[in-house]
Ligand binder design. Sequence first.
Ligand code: ACM
Ligand code: ZN
Length: 734
Amino acid sequence: MRFALTLALLAAALPVFAADPSPLVIPKPVALTRDSGSFTLTPQTVIVADTASQPAARILADQLFKSTGYRLPIQSQANGAAIILRVEGSAAAGAESYKLAVASSGATITAPAYAGIANGVQTLLQLLPSAIYSDHEVKGRTWVIPAVRIEDQPSYAWRGMMLDSSRYFFDKAFVLRYLDIMAAHKLNVLHFHLIDDAGWRLEIKKYPKLTEIGAFRGEGPTRQGGFYTQEDIREIVKYAADRNITVVPELELPAHTLSAIAAYPWLSCTGKEQKVPAVHFISDDLYCAGKATTWQFLHDVLDEMCVLFPSTYIHIGGDEAKYTKWKACPDCQKKMKELGLKSEHELQGWMTTEVENYLKKKGRQILGWDEILGCGVSTTAGLMPWHDPKAVTEGAKRGNPLVLALTNRCYFDVPESKEPGEVPGATWLPPISLQQAYEWHPTPDGLTPQQEKTVLGAEGCLWSDQFLHKPFLADTTPFNEDRSARYLEYLMLPRAAALAEVTWTPKASRDWKDFSTRMARQYARYAAAGWNHRLPIPQVTFTKGTDGKLTATAVSEVEDGGIRYTTDGNWPLAYSPAYTKPVTVEKESDFRAVAVNADGHISLPFQTKAADNRFAKYGEQIGEWKSGKVGDRKPLTVEFDATGKINQAGTYEVTFQFTDGKQRLDIDSVEVFLNQDSVAKDVHHGTTGATNDKNVYRLKVDRYETGASFKIRAAVYGDEGSDSNGVVLLKKVP
Ligand code: ACM
Ligand code: ZN
């Protein structure tokens, strides 16, 4: 009952406020003072807004109308109870800062610029009951706002979310919805991944085939795709701006661009006809760096992009370029010779700088994935470190502006856990829990104050390459309705809330426990808004009474919901018995519980995992081998995922432990792969069966990269057949 207890303590400490909801704001404001009393919204309340604040006033009025049914007028002044929005005061605190005061007479938001007003409106909504987020009228509620004084401003200027509309086309309606979700978290940059191998989504008037051909893939009934017209983009950019969100478009170069090459084959080195791929892969067809036609194309596309997107930054991609085609291209090789470039990396660096210079003339700046650092870019190019955290410190020392999108904190296409029933997601990285998405800080230690200024912020990435792999989405029945968009929201929420607080709230006032307590209401907001989300699994403790009876006590971190449970080992559903008090059980594994919220959303179940500690001294289990799946007298390669388990350079031991079957297991070799590269190998013959002989393999891993996958491959076989079962364990040697 941790949450209930917290509220009870709060109520006891502040008896005057007992009738008002306590303010639970995410991201946590810099300063919040609770005053006595409250303000209640009525149909007579008016919104008073100056000219500059009009869009925010309309956003507020529209949301209040949807959920309360009150159509509050927007006026230039008022006599009675009012919500006042006013741009005023000094900009010393920053354009995004705001002050919000709520007293019995009404609420006032002031800010030095429109951005702050937009932020203040979002905080005001969070001070209201969570049902304020509903898209339909909620009857029989009193809309009480507790009296507070808030002074607030963000820690970082770039609080982003990336949306990959290339691999999966999310339509305009969904993009607007995504912007609403971002705005509710005060996330202020939409990094729009519009172009990749699998789809070109941006209408370019001068090159119509980019969308006629590049925006669709597959044939016949399985043909799918879509794109945004320039009119759509203008609407998206305006909708975003009203919500204090800047849209930063990404023009991937030189790689991830097969959709453009499918439309205009002359963009590549070979000029060969290509198709937009219908499965995920990264093409080695790059824009040809040596042909003048490529440059004409890039300039034309950038010209149209800059008219559509007013953002200071234009993302130019730069990741994962494989140079096979460039190496074989006479034009690219000639260009390298002409420029005195010694490698294809330098050619990419040159291309990047050419684009940077072109955009500089238009008053724009480039930003690219961390690979561009290794290509010798300028110190003015923005860097987006993803797989290489060293790029953060290195970039900061050079003075490059930095936006962190680290794979182990920000890649929200990775699921939150490996619990049974967890949604499938990207598998090349270990899970990122909500806590892991919360407990980090974008600015690394050890930088000078000047270097610290280079860190603009961070962003969450929602790659949709896994949406290309249809089958697992079809298997995911809870998301069958409007499947992919619902699925994306589930991956986004609640981790976007963690990112929002990481980038908004000063490090010193961030605390995981406190965040979890405030999140209880955030889940209720998601439910009211109809945004799909993942609920935390209830926390369960078991106690044995003096009578010897075993009792399960469950706590949910979700407001306005509850816990449902079973004691027969079945998965609880929204209609299983409601948990109201501790439950007596025979054994721990009988008790399963799910958290439920007001809209009937359920969490994954709490369930006791059967512990097998027999082999714990050999480390963590990374896999098993099964009867029939190993070689029969001849070695067969088996593979185990060690991503996240090999988590630094060092020496590791892999141990094979036979559990049952007719044959012992023979092992010839064990090899470790970092992505595709072999990084360690131990070749010796070992066996495990009734007895063990040399069944431990020692591997010295010198190379480690955050975000890289680690695989362990072993050549194994049963000595007289393949009926052998057992487990494989991994341990770091201290
Ligand atoms: C990336 O994930 N390729 C930036
Ligand atoms: Zn070329």
